[in-house]
Design a protein around this ligand. Structure first.
Ligand SMILES: [Zn+2]
Length: 437
């Protein structure tokens, strides 16, 4: 890729309609998205309907890609003739006069079954996996890397709903006992090159307020696993942190014929650590080697493999990473497996960080209704998939070398100022060139 000069950049940019380029990517990778949005099971009373489901959902996608934090700012920013026209053109709504107000959208999202949006995301991911350009990113040519990790979304100092997770703590200053109320989510994210795409979400939540034992990440994992199994036939290799290195999860992976690779902290399973250390002391003659592994360590009724690597990190000094896996480790694949294990966490941290602090603001509650909160979260995941494909696949954008925030401002500007013509719309069906290298 050539880096263009500033003058060339100005010339290019003048001719570039960022929003329309994004719509081309949408049509290329998820051509039925609008139809699927239109056909979700509409929970509303049919006699009061002004807007179809597609426009209500599409507005939130636009809010996310333009990086607008609040629902109010969405309604304000999009309240422009050009914007109304553009949305009407894209969705094929000839007579659109006003965009829906955020209250209308939130009322709808409070009633919509989140499963509807989960199914649409599954459709998108399945379409992507059909494209052979992604095949080379499989592990051992066969397995798709899927990272499982949880994160906090919302927290409140008062009870928010019956499903809140609760944690008690003592206020350091006053010594008072307090309770924090939270919502967390467990994510399964597919790794394709340097993209991590959300493929399934499981909310960590209490069934009711009076449960004796609260929900947790590990419990949510088994529900997430069922969802993954139901939605995708392709074989994942599950990657996760040390929390998942336990009998129940190994068992679940074996049963579903999934491979696994988890970080392994000493003490997570003591007998395995001991065995590994013992063999290491006996066998590791060449201490200069930075990778050491032991295959077939017995644990309960199974055999597990442990891989350890030591590496010089510039900032943190020497770091040691240990993984537990059922991939058979060989001289040929050891280094690659370390790469699989390591790069994933790096990417993953960036993934949540991006969604919290750079774009989408997933910790900001766009509604206080729990169902709407879930739907907002799922729409942010769909918007994120679209934006990753756009930013990594659109050649024009790569040559401009813009930050995520800049791209979002360009999108907002384009949708508010540049009218899409009927002629533009006819070009949307034409095939486009997308490259992810
Ligand atoms: Zn709650």
């Amino acid at each position: 890729m050539n880096v263009v000069s500033r003058k060339e950049k100005r010339e290019h940019e003048k001719d570039t309609n960022y929003f329309f380029e994004l719509m081309k990517i949408k049509n290329h990778f998820m051509k039925d998205l609008d139809v699927r949005f239109k056909n979700v099971k509409d929970p509303r009373h049919q006699s009061y309907i002004t807007y179809d489901c597609d426009i209500l959902l599409f507005m939130i996608i636009l809010k996310n890609v333009c990086n607008l934090k609040s629902m109010r700012s969405m309604t304000n920013h999009f309240n422009k003739e050009e914007c109304i026209d553009n949305v009407g053109k894209i969705l094929g709504l000839e007579t659109l006069e006003e965009l829906p107000h955020y209250d209308t959208i939130n009322d709808f999202l409070s009633e919509l079954d989140p499963k509807e949006l989960e199914d649409i995301r599954t459709y998108i991911i399945k379409e992507l996996l059909k494209k052979s350009c992604f095949d080379r990113y499989r592990i051992n040519g066969k397995y798709w890397g899927v990272i499982v990790d949880g994160t906090g979304l919302f927290s409140f100092d008062h009870k928010h709903c019956d499903h809140c997770l609760r944690r008690e703590y003592t206020d350091k200053e006053t010594g008072e006992k307090k309770t924090v109320y939270m919502h967390h989510v467990l994510e399964a994210k597919l790794v394709i090159g340097d993209m991590v795409l959300s493929i399934a979400s499981e909310f960590i939540e209490n069934e009711s307020e009076d449960v004796s034992k609260q929900d947790c990440e590990l419990k949510a994992f088994y529900r997430l696993a069922e969802k993954l199994k139901d939605s995708y036939k392709r074989l994942p290799s599950v990657l996760g942190d040390s929390l998942y290195a336990c009998e129940g999860v190994f068992n679940q992976c074996n049963e579903f014929k999934w491979k696994y690779m988890f970080r392994f902290k000493e003490g997570r399973i003591k007998s395995i650590s001991k065995e590994f250390q013992k063999i290491k002391e006996l066998e590791q003659d060449d201490t200069s080697s930075d990778i050491f592994w032991v295959n077939e360590i017995s644990y309960n009724q199974r055999k597990v493999n442990v891989l350890e690597c030591t590496m010089e990190e510039t900032e943190k000094g020497v770091m040691k990473f240990t993984f537990i896996t059922d991939f058979n480790i060989t001289k040929r694949n050891a280094k690659n497996l370390v790469g699989v294990g390591r790069s994933r966490w790096k990417i993953e941290n960036q993934g949540f960080n991006r969604q919290k602090n750079i774009r989408y603001h997933i910790e900001h509650a766009s509604s206080h209704n729990y169902v709407a909160m879930k739907n907002h979260y799922l729409l942010a995941q769909i918007a994120d998939i679209l934006m990753l494909l756009y930013e990594k696949g659109c050649r024009m954008l790569k040559s401009f070398q813009k930050t995520a925030k800049e791209i979002s401002s360009n999108l907002l500007e384009a949708i508010r100022t540049r009218r899409i013509t009927d002629e533009d719309i006819t070009t949307l069906v034409k095939p486009i060139q997308v490259r992810f290298t």
